[in-house]
Design a protein around this ligand. Structure first.
Ligand SMILES: [Zn+2]
Length: 437
């Protein structure tokens, strides 16, 4: 008699972004991977999820989970928190505060259906294992720069070998400890072309090559970054990375807002993965030219960056911001393209395209399951269209990673949600008190 660990029945399944929904589907999982659901199959556990929609696990390719500490405030101050005076800064956090905040942000992401987050911030040697305890895949790195961020807040970009070397040492320790551990990995993260000197970027490029790691960075995020790189190097940030051999198909470039036509062509030709952050960019009055980037060959993934972790929102904003760019509704920019960006394209950006992003025998068993029995999701004649246009992350009822149920009926199974919220709120209060005197 065929047997599996977990058998999900009755669910509507979208196996991958461009496949039609399968109603009354059966999903079988054994030893952490999807297997063929055979007739008469027995299971250690059965879940009847009639009235629910299952999609491949959502992948957030660019997140600073601890930055939930500035949600509801930094959005209205004009720019990214690391460049904004008057809000708590990364360098103010103790390791324990970073852990408490990162767990809060990561729990929000998990409850909203994320099965993998690519998380970069300070104290990552402490936050990554603390996030991993929640059970989702956590990839990431410490924030790597050699600029003095306290000086940047005063408008001065001063690079320090000592700052850069300390960050590099932490990154090397993280590679040794975490890369290749179950559900963990390192993608080396130079903060941005303006906050890393060119010699430092070269060091990070070489470290990535030495350990066969992918890279991620903020790229063309702001006029300030463009001005600084132009003054320093006489070129655009994209041109600088190309010159250094860092513009390639193992680079995840977050934002890509302020790009020239030549930059777009170069990003496309290099098949760079763009971490598109539509909601936060829109809140700052900006957008990335995703349609032109995609047409040029760049690969669009989705992310939330900071202050929130709702990837269903990201899909909706990505869809709408793309349509604003052409002024039309087109077959080439539909809900399935957003689901692709949030699943298969995200997996490819993390170098995990052979293991994640689709529901198929042999793939790692990651699933995001949405309860459709909510007034704003009825009717759902096209369940994906309904999810992208009117759904929310909080409609996610179950999250499964590697066959393990991490969220059940909207509740986390590995942690005490009240405790995570209490610890996160206390850490935020402490750092806000120090930041504002
Ligand atoms: Zn960011």
């Amino acid at each position: 008699m065929p047997h599996c660990d977990l058998l999900i029945e009755g669910v509507t399944l979208i196996p991958s972004a461009f496949e039609p929904p399968v109603t009354d589907a059966r999903i079988a999982i054994a030893q952490g991977r999807f297997v063929a659901a055979e007739a008469g199959m027995t299971a250690d556990r059965r879940l009847n999820l009639a009235g629910h929609l299952a999609v491949p696990g959502l992948i957030n390719t660019h997140l600073h989970s601890a930055l939930v500490m500035v949600r509801g405030t930094a959005e209205d101050m004009g720019f990214a928190p690391s460049y904004t005076k008057g809000v708590p800064q990364a360098q103010m956090l103790t390791p324990m505060e970073a852990v408490a905040l990162a767990r809060l942000g990561a729990l929000e992401a998990l409850l909203g259906g994320c099965t993998l987050i690519n998380d970069v911030y300070v104290h990552a040697r402490h936050t990554m294992p603390a996030i991993a305890d929640l059970g989702l895949h956590v990839w990431g790195c410490n924030r790597l720069h050699d600029v003095d961020f306290d000086a940047v807040l005063e408008g001065s970009w001063e690079h320090s070998q000592a700052i850069g070397a300390a960050m590099l040492e932490e990154a090397e320790e993280m590679i040794a400890r975490f890369h290749g551990q179950p559900r963990m990995g390192i993608q080396l993260a130079p903060h941005a072309p303006d906050t890393c000197s060119t010699p430092y970027l070269e060091q990070l490029r070489d470290l990535a090559l030495r350990h066969d790691l992918g890279l991620q960075t903020h790229l063309c995020q702001s006029p300030a970054e463009l001005k600084r790189v132009a003054e320093r190097e006489g070129c655009t940030p994209v041109e600088l990375l190309a010159r250094l051999g860092m513009l390639h198909d193992r680079l995840v470039a977050a934002h890509c807002i302020h790009v020239t036509e030549a930059d777009i062509a170069a990003l496309g030709a290099a098949r760079v993965h763009v971490a598109h952050i539509p909601k936060n960019n829109a809140a700052s009055g900006r957008y990335a030219p995703t349609r032109a980037l995609k047409d040029a060959g760049a690969r669009i993934t989705l992310a939330t960056d900071n202050r929130h972790g709702d990837m269903v929102e990201a899909m909706r904003w990505g869809l709408c911001m793309g349509r604003i760019q052409t002024g039309r509704v087109e077959d080439s920019w539909q809900p399935e393209h957003m689901l692709h960006a949030a699943t298969e394209a995200g997996a490819a950006a993390m170098g995990l395209g052979a293991e994640l992003g689709r529901v198929a025998p042999g793939m790692l068993a990651d699933l995001t399951i949405i309860n459709l029995a909510r007034p704003h999701l009825v009717p759902h004649n096209d369940p994906l269209g309904t999810l992208v246009h009117t759904g929310q992350g909080r409609d996610v009822s179950h999250v499964i990673v590697g066959g393990e149920v991490l969220v059940e009926d909207g509740r986390p199974t590995r942690c005490d949600m009240a405790e995570v919220m209490r610890d996160g709120a206390a850490a935020a209060a402490a750092v806000w008190a120090r930041a504002t005197g």
